[in-house]
Design a protein. Structure first.
Length: 250
């Protein structure tokens, strides 16, 4: 789920580079296996639709995101015609439907900067989960010892864009220890034209115990806490916080 007010997601000129950000996506294979025999999947914060499209064969898939620029890209995917794309906010979304699997990957949980917003998102998951269905999402672990602050020089890289050719990309970030909010800027320079596209966004780091309490309050039960997308058990210094669970039986 991307905040449509954040330029990084709302600006089509920047959104076109999103799928080339250079980050590996081990969550895709994990969620594909997890989907298994699920007949329906809700992808909250689907962004450009990579996961929703991957899971679309043989099942009903709904992809939700508030950023129209991201959904425009999602609809162009080969599988885009068989996914139901909805422009909506995970905090307030209410569909007259429940799902076997609800996934919220790509650290979407972190774009919600207050505990109230996080609680609202988790309530949305609980509301749309079938009895016996599973949910999964990821959030970066604030206690992971890696650096949160980055510079343009340290992150500079190049990639080939199908429409623009060679592109230079870099990102810059600063972290506020008091609020646990990371503010960052992603930039892209098209080498053949010299044109630069840049936009900002913010994410919040939330401790595992806070996430656990929010899930419990919403009637969701965690079956396994993982520390990365290999499924390795969560440890205090794990890179990720990944709860996999279901609704608490009534």
């Amino acid at each position: 789920m991307n905040d449509p007010t954040e330029p990084l997601y709302a600006d089509p000129a920047v959104a076109q580079f999103y799928d080339f950000r250079g980050a590996a996506r081990p969550d895709l294979a994990f969620c594909r296996k997890l989907a298994g025999n699920s007949a329906s999947v809700l992808d909250l914060g689907c962004g450009t639709g990579e996961l929703a499209a991957l899971l679309s064969e043989g099942r009903r898939v709904v992809g939700v995101d508030p950023a129209a620029a991201m959904l425009d890209i999602a609809r162009t995917r080969p599988e885009g015609k068989i996914v139901d794309w909805i422009e909506g906010d995970a905090r307030t979304l209410r569909l007259d439907e429940r799902f076997d699997l609800i996934a919220m990957t790509g650290h979407t949980f972190q774009v919600f900067l207050t505990e109230a917003d996080q609680r609202a998102v988790i309530e949305t998951i609980a509301t749309h989960l079938k009895p016996g269905g599973h949910f999964i999402f990821d959030s970066r672990n604030p206690d992971f010892p890696g650096e949160k602050t980055r510079t343009a020089k340290a992150t500079l890289r190049r990639f080939t864009h199908p429409g623009h050719g060679q592109v230079e990309a870099w990102n810059e970030s600063t972290f506020d220890d008091a609020t646990q909010i990371l503010s960052y800027r992603n930039s892209y320079r098209v080498l053949k034209s010299g044109e630069v596209h840049t936009a900002t966004a913010r994410i919040r780091y939330t401790p595992k115990n806070v996430i656990a309490e929010l899930l419990h309050e919403s009637g969701l039960q965690v079956e396994r806490w993982s520390g990365d997308w290999t499924g390795a058990p969560f440890e205090p210094a794990s890179k990720e916080i990944i709860p996999l669970g279901r609704a608490v039986p009534q």
